[in-house]
Design a protein around this ligand. Sequence first.
Ligand code: GLA
Length: 510
Amino acid sequence: MVKLSTLLFLAIMPLSSYCFEPGFQKNRDTLLLYTPHPKPAPRINGPMVYGCRPGNPFLYRIPCQGERPIRFSAEGLPDGLKLDPASGIITGTSPLKGDYNIVIKAKNPKGTSTRKFKIAVGDKLALTPPMGWNHWYAHYNRITDKMIREAADEMISSGMADVGYQYVNIDDCWMNAPKSNDSLRVGPLRDKQENIIPNKHFPDMKNLTDYIHSMGLKAGIYTSPGPLTCGGFAGSYQHEEQDARQFAAWGFDFLKYDWCSYGDIIKNDTSIASYQKPYRQMGNLLKSQDRDIVFNLCQYGMSEVWKWGGEVGGQCWRTSGDLGFELDKIFDVAIKNSKIRQYSKPGEWNDPDYIQIGWIGTANKWGNTELSLMPAAKQYAYMSLWSLLAAPLIYSGDMSKLDEFTLNVLCNPEVIDVNQDQLGESGFVIEKSKECFIMVKNLADGSLAIGLFNRGKEATEVICDWSDLHLSGKQSVRDLWRQKELGIYKNSFTAQVLAQGVVMVKISKP
Ligand code: GLA
């Protein structure tokens, strides 16, 4: 006999064409779409503050949803910067040190959006957590120039850039290796002048970054302080200065510096100074280049890197090993990161690693991508945790296979606003029970972003008491995922939270 639940399921199925998309898997609840469709009127997104260094090339594509064509304008843009009204891309040379308060405007026949945007010219970069994409968990040692260009194209066409994603980052395996099963990746590691040589899958790095920049996006690259990278490709050991100069000359805007074989160099010297040395050196080298290059430390949290990552010139640092091996533990990883929240601040971010949803490969065998089997509710929880932690939002899945559900998780501008909030605080945790906790993030406007999380196997109620938050009286509550006012609440807010899921709200004075 056919079960009633099966009949109900079949009755619902035709309502959502999404279920029939390739890649739909039975145990993923793809009907769960929280983020409402963007409206046709413009909506400017992205950070409200942006750090850059004086005299360096400036590039910023205004993230904006709504039907194109959109006409952009800006009030208060300093001399040296120019806005292209059709694309919304600001280019030029960063002006003298100082804060420049701009008002950006975006207009189409359906409406107008304005947003304050402060350009803070000084020493600090990444005043809000970096957002972008990294190739690792999609393409591993299969990465090519073509795939990177396609990822940049997708970042625009999928709408990811319209909510703030901007870095297109190459990870390991773009160089030559002493040995590889792909002969196009084997060759001399350096030329006669000791310049690093990209492998045959990357015929022209400058041309590649020009392509990425032409869309208003930014480009990232990867190397190791050791002789070889983790994948066994050429590293920067004893060529640090030359490589930093080369990355700047190629036009890169972001460097991931991955420890890998550097352990062989320090041998048994486990002093903090020896852990810091290669990062301090590269940090100084990057600062001396004539472009802004965000420095991403990747050494898996050794020697409590969060305590000194900023001091050696880093804008963000991985707090632990590869999350690809720990995707079943995202709640624990997030809670661990919240315990070191005081080290996260504007320009200096704890990095619990990439957002791995959609089509991703297995971490251990560098396998081909498969659709993530993480329950839908948990994927929203994952994105909420990273937003509340003020973690870098770097997606690492196959951009050519982005589906409606994955984009729904990645592209909610109200959730991203929490991540990009200019106060730059990371969230703290209040345990509610063995299975439930809330994460609280103070926001610049005095309101609070709250995630009510349920790690359990059944849906349950989670209560957020105002006394937990040192609040009292009436508070207005807005559901951030659904972008909906829930009303005025007194004393507490209670939500029904799906198994492994989240309800994320903003609590503010009515
Ligand atoms: C390490 C890093 C990963 C990735 C690989 C590349 O494992 O932690 O993020 O960069 O190396 O080999």
